[in-house]
Design a protein. Structure first.
Length: 291
């Protein structure tokens, strides 16, 4: 199970961290517009969208229509990864992109009010599946990631769980919609009529044979058992989520969704992994309960 961090006595948090420093400027290495993106960005604030993963870090800049105005940039996630190193790596990615006015970030753990409550990948010595380090656990405990990114990048910042951000890009806004991401681990997000609900770590609930959803469906398991067996487990997991939430529709994405084969039901859609970036614009729109 993931380590979680109790709140310190008297601690308070705010819904979104902000900074008053000048906005980050584009670097000489700014990328050209992505294929198919608008030649003239839509007017309004530009959003730096950060997709923080256990194996890779990705970033791009979105206009107000949610269109990428520059090619996505990426680097591998390397370990050990204390907060200071993650900030350095994200700032390096941001420096390769055009001007932005605000920041959205998806983080692979429990996040509330911009503060990290669990960081299952980043408290390990060599990444997912390796030993947990006590010092890293202390450094990530109640870490104010939104405020720290705002200070480092000089722009207002909102941070949510990575599955929440991916889901924001794909839901239709009708009824109860569940998003499941299949990547280094398993992520989930719930939306009701388009509003992000408070995050629940379904991935760490018991699933089958004494294992959690993460234990049965994570990337390391896919590599070990093969795609056919993993697909059968995914189908059973969706059935379990169907009985648990009575969702109106479910969207399955993430880096390993391309391994899916066959139908998971008429109420399930497989979505592109680019949603991890494109959902960044949605954190600044609507009245989300889960931020």
């Amino acid at each position: 199970m993931n380590p979680t961090f109790p709140p310190p006595a008297g601690s308070t948090t705010s819904p979104a961290a902000t900074a008053t420093a000048d906005d980050a400027a584009a670097s000489p290495g700014t990328k050209a517009a992505a294929p198919g993106s608008a030649s003239t960005p839509a007017p309004g604030p530009a959003t730096l969208a950060l997709d923080i993963g256990g194996t890779g870090l990705k970033a791009s800049v979105l206009d107000t229509a949610g269109t990428m105005v520059a090619d996505r940039v990426r680097m591998p996630t390397t370990y050990p990864c204390p907060p200071s190193k993650l900030l350095d790596d994200l700032a390096e990615l941001a420096g390769q992109l055009p001007h932005f006015d605000r920041v959205s970030a998806g983080f692979p753990g429990m996040v509330r009010d911009g503060m990290v409550l669990s960081a299952p990948h980043f408290v390990t010595v060599r990444g997912p599946g390796s030993a947990v380090d006590a010092d890293l656990t202390t450094q990530w405990a109640r870490y104010p990631l939104a405020r720290s990114l705002a200070d480092r990048l000089g722009s207002p910042t909102r941070v949510a769980n990575d599955a929440d951000v991916q889901g924001a890009a794909v839901v239709s806004g009708t009824g109860l919609e569940l998003v499941v991401t299949l990547g280094t681990g398993v992520g989930t997000a719930l939306f009701f009529h388009g509003r992000l609900l408070p995050h629940l770590e379904f991935a760490h609930f018991p699933f089958r044979k004494g294992d959690t959803f993460n234990d049965q469906l994570g990337e390391r398991v896919l590599e070990r058992v093969g795609a056919a067996k993993w697909n059968r487990r995914v189908a059973k997991a969706i059935d379990a989520f169907r009985g648990l939430t009575f969702f109106d529709h479910c969207y399955v994405g993430g880096g390993n969704a391309h391994h899916l084969a066959g139908s998971l039901g008429d109420d399930v859609s497989v979505v592109d992994n680019s949603a991890g970036i494109l959902g960044g614009i949605k954190l600044w729109e609507g009245d989300h309960v889960g931020l």
